[in-house]
Design a protein around this ligand. Structure first.
Ligand code: AMP
Length: 144
């Protein structure tokens, strides 16, 4: 059976790096760089998800507006229609969503509250562990 988001969060933790909508792109870039992450979740009232700003959005903004974009608030550069997943979402479902929608980050929500984030790196790590476990099980079965 495929692992779930819950299993990933139990291992990596539930901390999510967030920022407010008025954060500038330059400030967000510093957060992405210092925290060594690819995405920051933009939150509004009561910590609700308002958008997501990733390194891809930064590259697109620089290409479109030049360095002046660094002073723009992320609200004008982020993606507002954010796809989310839940703790019971499976790793197979994550792979399907990330591949078909072409993004590498999925915030995790429980009852409308942000409770974690999974990245494509987490998915690959979990999938490798699954494949290794399946291989060991098959070897043990053959041996007997
Ligand atoms: P990424 O591959 O995660 O760097 O993101 C590629 C593009 O998809 C960027 O424009 C992001 O803002 C957007 N994006 C990333 N994650 C999500 C998500 N969960 N829902 C909607 N858009 C997203």
């Amino acid at each position: 059976m495929s692992n779930t988001v819950k299993a990933i969060l139990d291992l990596k933790g539930r901390n999510v790096v967030t920022a407010g909508a008025n954060t500038t792109a330059g400030e967000a870039a510093k957060v992405l760089s210092s925290r060594k992450i690819g995405a920051v979740v933009i939150v509004g009232m009561e910590g609700r998800i308002a958008g997501i700003f990733t390194e891809r959005d930064l590259v697109n903004a620089v290409a479109k507006f030049g360095k002046d974009c660094l002073d723009q608030p992320v609200v004008s550069l982020m993606t507002s229609r954010v796809f989310r997943c839940h703790e019971d979402t499976t790793v197979n479902e994550l792979m399907e969503l990330m591949t078909s929608r072409r993004f590498r980050h999925l915030p995790v929500e429980t009852n409308g509250k942000l409770v974690g984030i999974v990245s494509i790196g987490d998915v690959v790590k979990t999938r490798i562990a699954e494949v290794e476990r399946e291989t060991e099980e098959i070897k043990a079965y053959i041996a007997g």
